[in-house]
Design a protein around this ligand. Structure first.
Ligand code: PMP
Length: 360
C-alpha cells in the first residue's frame, strides 16, 4: 500500500483538545457545569428563528453574513464592515493564525491561556510561546518582555479562562501601546459580557490598527452547539480573514439563531444580572467550604483545593452524583476545579455536592 503524505511540521506536536464528558454512566439527572454554557439555554427568540431557518436547509447560506453583521453592529454600535463571523470564535482564532503566522513566527499567550491559541499557532507552523502570569492574572510586563522580532500575534482572554480574572483597561492599553509594528494584539472577549461595564476591547479595536477583538455566541447567548463567533478589527485585517474563511462557514440555522439572540437584549440583560447574583453566591458558598477563588468577571469560578488529589477526589465524587465540572489539568491548574455558574438550583446542587464530599 502507498503511504499517505507526512503532515506539516508542528502538527504532530498538537495535543488533542479534550472537551470533557457530558454524560455519566448510570446517572440520568446531569448538571453540566464544565463548559461555561448558559444555564438557561438559548433564548426562545433564537429557537424560533432557528426552526424557521430549517425550512431553507436545501439552500446555501449567504456568504457575507450581512444580516447578522448588521444586527451585531447595531447592538454594539460598531461598523458592520469591520465584523467577520466564524464557526465559533475558535475559527476566528484559527483564521488569525493561518493568515498572520507561519514557520519561524511566534504567537504569545499567557501561561494558562485558552488552549486554542497554541493549537492554532502550531497548525499554522508557528511557535506558541507561553508567558508567565502574576497572581493568575495577565502580566503585561511579562508579555511585553516576551515579545521578540518573531512575534506576530499576542492573545489574551479578558476575562481570562480558566481563572475568570479581568485585566484592567489601562493595562490593556499599555500592552497595545508597547507592541512593536507588525504585531497584532488579539483580545478574546468570549466572557466579556459577564464583566461589569466592560466592552471587551471593542472600543480599542475600533481605534487601533494593531488590536483585534473576538466574541462568541456560545456563552451568554446559549448557542454553543450552533457554533457562531465573530471578530472586530481594522478593515485590512477583516478583509484578510474573509479571503481565507470558508465562504459558507455559517449555516442558515446558525445565522438566523445568532441574529435573533443578539437582538434579544432582554434575554442577555436577564442572564448577565442572574450570573452576577449566582456567581457571588457560588464564591461565598465555596469559601464556606474552605475553597478560595479569585473574584471572577466571567460565568465560572476557579475553586482552589489543597492539592491535586483533593481536586481529583471532589471531581469524581461530584461526577458520581451527576454534577460535571472541569478539572483544568491541561491548563496547568491540577489543584483546581473550574465551575460554571449555574442557575440558583444548580448552584445549590453543586454546593450540596461539595459539602457531602467534605463530610464523607
Ligand atoms: N475563547 C475562550 C477564552 C474560551 O473559553 C472559548 C470557549 N471555551 C472560546 C474562545 C471559543 O468559544 P467558541 O469557539 O465556542 O466561540
Amino acid at each position: 500500500m502507498n503511504a499517505a503524505p507526512t503532515p506539516q511540521p508542528g502538527i504532530m506536536e498538537i495535543e488533542l483538545y479534550q472537551g470533557g464528558a457530558s454524560k455519566v454512566d448510570g446517572v440520568t439527572d446531569i448538571l453540566k457545569l464544565s463548559s461555561n454554557e448558559n444555564p438557561y439555554g438559548a433564548p426562545e427568540s433564537a429557537r424560533i428563528a432557528a426552526a424557521e431557518a430549517t425550512q431553507v436547509m436545501h439552500l446555501y447560506p449567504n456568504t457575507d453574513h450581512a444580516s447578522l453583521r448588521a444586527a451585531i453592529a447595531e447592538v454594539h454600535d460598531l461598523d458592520p464592515d469591520r465584523i467577520v463571523c466564524g464557526v465559533g470564535s475558535d475559527e476566528i482564532i484559527h483564521l488569525l493564525c493561518q493568515a498572520y503566522v507561519g514557520p519561524g513566527d511566534e504567537v504569545l499567550h499567557t501561561e494558562h491561556g485558552f488552549l486554542m491559541y497554541a493549537i492554532s499557532a502550531r497548525a499554522a507552523g508557528a511557535t506558541p510561546v507561553k508567558v508567565p502570569e502574576r497572581d493568575r492574572t495577565v502580566d503585561v510586563d511579562a508579555l511585553l518582555a516576551g515579545v521578540t522580532e518573531a512575534t506576530r500575534l499576542v492573545f489574551i482572554a479578558n476575562p481570562a479562562n480558566p481563572t475568570g480574572t479581568l485585566l484592567n483597561g489601562q493595562d490593556v492599553v499599555r500592552l497595545a501601546d508597547g507592541l512593536p509594528d507588525g504585531c497584532l494584539l488579539v483580545l478574546d472577549g468570549a466572557y466579556a459580557e459577564f464583566a461589569d461595564d466592560f466592552d471587551g476591547g471593542l472600543g480599542l479595536a475600533q481605534h487601533r490598527e494593531n488590536v483585534f477583538a473576538t466574541r462568541t455566541f456560545s456563552k451568554l447567548y446559549g448557542l454553543g452547539g450552533l457554533r457562531v463567533g465573530w471578530g472586530y478589527g481594522s478593515r485590512a485585517v477583516v478583509d484578510v480573514l474573509n479571503r481565507i474563511r470558508g465562504p459558507f462557514n455559517l449555516s442558515n440555522v446558525a445565522l438566523a439563531a445568532a441574529e435573533a439572540a443578539v437582538r434579544d437584549r432582554d434575554f442577555a440583560a436577564r442572564c448577565v444580572a442572574d450570573n452576577t447574583v449566582q456567581r457571588a453566591r457560588l464564591r461565598k458558598g465555596l469559601a464556606g467550604l474552605n475553597l478560595p477563588s479569585d473574584p471572577s468577571a466571567a460565568n465560572f469560578v476557579l475553586a482552589r483545593f489543597a492539592d491535586e488529589a483533593e481536586a481529583t477526589s471532589c471531581d469524581a465524587f461530584l461526577k458520581s452524583r451527576g454534577v460535571i465540572v472541569r478539572h483544568p489539568k491541561s491548563y496547568g491548574f491540577p489543584d483546581c476545579l473550574r465551575i460554571t455558574v449555574g442557575d440558583a438550583a444548580g448552584v445549590d446542587r453543586l454546593l450540596e455536592g461539595i459539602a457531602a464530599w467534605r463530610e464523607q
